[in-house]
Every structure is written in structure tokens, then in C-alpha cells.
Design a protein around this ligand. Structure first.
Ligand code: UDP
Length: 405
């Protein structure tokens, strides 16, 4: 991650000046964010950059991570799945573990009068608000695809959300019937993080060969946590059809997040599917967390896939587009905010396997098309999904509550 000054070259002086002006109005204000993991997934990705950048800009901005047991995270993952539409057996026991973990965490989190504003990310730490005498605005930022939630879980969680001052979602159709103000805020990527900054061809070759990925035939990749919603097995099916027609390879790079206990099981299922594939020699399944490898792989790929079934936003799409790589992805959640079909990639309904295959083959066979779409993708992300824009969105909201007039 660069110093703020370095972002000027990418987004221009005015954006940086605007950030500085807005931060000045928040001088001596102390803001704290709470989430449930420091690594793995989009929320951690964003916080890892934005917390540092806010502090470098002069805003006193902290980040705390909820501590929870394996059982707790099993329950919150079930909530997450239910909010994305799955069934759940919502027992009193689950509610108790969820609530008691938050109670315990609140005791050593020590939010006090010296905090001027609290931002809570996603449902894991949501009930924290119950355990304080609220002395400042509390904002709840939910990153999940809330378009068709399981109503039992939604109604249970709504009881906590109602106590917040503001509810933030990623997309207009994730908003809910609530009395508190709601706002749409789109996520963003950090163009100077290790994951996204420019790297040389030599570095790309070094990291790919270091993980035994050859560049002798076109690479299709999907970079995702091992999670049912990312539909890795669908990705493999599409690849197999593409591979029948074009000589290419598939790289599935993924890792686990500490707040997602389902990862191991899903990884096992994907591994089995790869082993059974007629094209297993052309499929590489990598389980590791490496930002630089993500960067190199997204750059080296001819096509990046994001075959999700649900997707709050899908930072991986912007990450690939920003590197000039066209993306073929599902028309779900936040993905159509990033891919304009035919302009910077292709989107298909998740069940439209034929469409996925056709678009991928089209791209693999036409380098000019890849270059054209890649160029537009990069511009589109630069104009819409860079972290400085997200900083301004947050500063605007903080300003509503805290700025000195
Ligand atoms: N990611 C990573 N290594 C992996 C898998 C994912 O660094 O092996 C990163 C990915 O680059 C992106 C984030 O995790 O920055 C995933 O965010 P996204 O919004 O795409 O999905 P989420 O995991 O939050 O559902």
C-alpha cells in the first residue's frame, strides 16, 4: 500500500484534496470499526487498506476483530447462508450462543465515551449494540447479498439492526423495510496494495512457476474462498466443456477465512471433483493465501471466472478487470454493477452453462477482443471502484454525524 501522495498519480489531485478537506472536519474524532476476521474475504480486504489509509490521512480510525468459538462461527455462517436465501433451523440454542458471544466480546472491547462513532460490519458482531449505553452513532454495514433473505433469520437480526442509526448495503435491491436511514455504498479495491499494484512480467513468471503454474497455454482462473456460493464445481464443469474445444488450463486459487468453518468441507468436495475430471492434468487447485500470487494470476489469466450463485459484491471481479483481464461471471448480486455485458466482460445466469462456455471460447480465440475488453475493464474500475472513492463515501457519512460545521 502506498502513501496517500502516491494515489494522486492514479486518481488525481482533486480527489486527494477532497479527502484531506473532509478529514480535517473530523479532527479529534475517534471512529472504530468492528468485524469478524482480519484475513479472508472482501470485508477484511477492504478494511486492511482503508483503515491504514484513513489513519495516514489523519483520521483516528481503529479496527477490532470479534473473538468467537468454532460453534459461534458455525452459527454465524448459517445466518450468512440464510440471509442469502438458504433454509436454517433457527433454534434458541443458536441464538443464545450468538448473543452470549457478543456479550462476552463487548466486555473486552471497551467502547466508551471517547469513541465518536462505531461501524459494525456484517452480522457476527451485530448484537454488540445491546451491551453498551449508546453514547454515539452506530452504523451497521452489511456486505451480504440481501436480495432474498430467509425471513426467519432476517426478522431475528432486524431486532438488532433497528437499534442502529444507519444501515448500509451494497445494492439498491438489498435495502429493507426499516425505519432507520439506509444507504447504498459500493465496495472498492486498493490499486496500490500488493494484490493490485503493477508488477513486472518477470515477477509474474517467478510466482507462477513457483507454484508450478505453466504459461504454455491460456489460463482460466477463479480466485475465491472455498465457499458453496462460489460454485467451484460449476466452474470445473464449464472448464471441461471449454477444454474440449480449446487447449487451455484452469487454476482454482482459494483459501479459508477464520470466520467460515465450512471451507474445509467445500475444499474436499472440489478436490474430489478435480480428481474425477477427464482434464485433471489441466486443473490446478491451490489452497493458500498469497496476495502477490492473486495479483500475478489475475494478470496472467486470459479469462477470469466468477461463477458465483450469490455474491454481495465480488471484489475479485474488479481486481481482475483492473488488471486488464476480461471476466466471465454470473449475473448475480454485485457482479452486474461491475460487468457491463460485452463491454468489459460477459455475464450469464448461473445456470446458463452454454452461455459461459460460448463466451469463454470466444475470448480465448480472440486476443483483440480480450485486449479491448481488458482496456475498458480497467477504465471502468478506475472510474468507479477505487478505494479513494470509498473513502469519500465513508467521509461523507461520518460528516453527517460528526463534522464541525
Ligand atoms: N482472496 C484471496 N485469496 C484467495 C481467495 C480470495 O486473497 O485465495 C481475496 C480476493 O482477492 C478478494 C477477497 O478475498 O480480495 C474476496 O472478496 P470477494 O468480495 O470477492 O468475496 P467474499 O470472499 O467476500 O465473499
Amino acid at each position: 500500500m502506498g502513501n496517500l501522495k502516491e494515489y494522486e498519480k492514479i486518481v488525481g489531485k482533486d480527489v486527494l484534496a477532497e479527502i484531506q478537506t473532509k478529514v480535517k472536519k473530523l479532527r479529534h474524532k475517534h471512529i472504530v470499526s468492528i468485524s469478524s476476521t482480519y484475513q479472508g474475504g472482501g470485508v477484511a480486504e477492504i478494511l486492511n487498506s482503508i483503515v491504514i489509509l484513513f489513519n495516514r490521512a489523519g483520521l483516528d480510525f481503529g479496527w477490532r476483530i470479534l473473538h468467537g468459538s468454532h460453534d459461534f462461527f458455525k452459527i454465524t455462517k448459517k445466518f450468512h447462508n440464510a440471509l442469502q436465501g438458504q433454509k436454517i433451523h433457527l433454534t434458541q440454542k443458536k441464538k443464545n450462543i450468538y448473543y452470549e458471544t457478543n456479550k462476552r466480546f463487548s466486555e473486552f472491547t471497551h467502547i466508551g465515551t471517547y469513541h465518536d462513532l462505531v461501524v459494525v460490519h456484517d452480522p457476527q458482531p451485530l448484537p454488540m449494540i445491546d451491551f453498551y449505553k449508546k453514547k454515539q452513532p452506530w452504523i451497521f454495514r452489511c456486505h451480504i447479498d440481501l436480495s432474498q433473505p430467509n425471513l426467519e433469520v432476517w426478522n431475528y437480526l432486524k431486532k438488532f439492526i433497528k437499534k442502529y442509526d444507519h444501515f448500509i448495503v451494497t445494492k439498491e435491491n438489498y435495502k429493507k423495510k426499516l425505519r432507520i436511514p439506509q444507504l447504498v455504498m459500493r465496495p472498492a479495491i486498493d490499486p496500490l496494495s500488493i494484490k493490485n499494484r503493477q508488477v513486472s512480467d518477470r515477477t509474474i513468471t517467478k510466482y507462477l512457476s513457483g507454484h508450478d503454474i505453466k504459461q504454455d497455454k491460456p489460463i482460466i482462473s477463479q480466485i475465491s474462498r472455498f465457499d458453496r456460493w462460489k460454485d467451484h464445481t460449476g466452474t470445473i464443469r464449464i472448464f471441461e466443456s471449454v477444454r474440449k474445444k480449446v487447449n487451455c488450463q484452469l487454476v482454482l486459487l482459494g483459501s479459508f477465512a477464520s470466520d467460515d468453518p465450512e471451507g474445509q468441507k467445500i475444499y474436499g468436495q472440489i478436490k474430489k471433483k478435480v480428481e474425477k475430471s477427464n482434464y485433471k492434468k489441466d486443473i490446478k487447485l491451490l489452497l493458500l493465501h498469497s496476495d502477490i500470487l492473486v495479483n500475478c494470476l489475475q494478470r496472467a489469466s486470459a479469462v477470469v471466472f466468477q461463477k458465483s450463485l450469490k455474491e454481495g459484491f465480488g471484489l475479485t471481479v474488479s481486481e481482475a478487470l483492473y488488471k486488464g483481464t476480461p471476466v466471465v461471471a454470473s449475473n448475480v448480486g454485485g457482479i452486474p454493477l461491475q460487468i457491463i455485458n460485452g463491454m468489459n466482460g460477459f455475464i450469464h445466469e448461473p445456470k446458463d452453462f452454454k452461455g459461459f462456455v460460448a463466451s469463454t471460447i470466444k475470448l480465448l480465440k480472440d486476443e483483440n477482443l480480450r485486449t479491448q475488453l481488458g482496456k475498458r475493464g480497467k477504465e471502468y474500475v478506475r472510474d468507479n471502484f477505487l478505494i479513494t472513492r470509498l473513502m469519500l463515501d465513508w467521509l461523507n457519512l461520518f460528516g453527517v454525524y460528526l463534522a464541525k460545521k
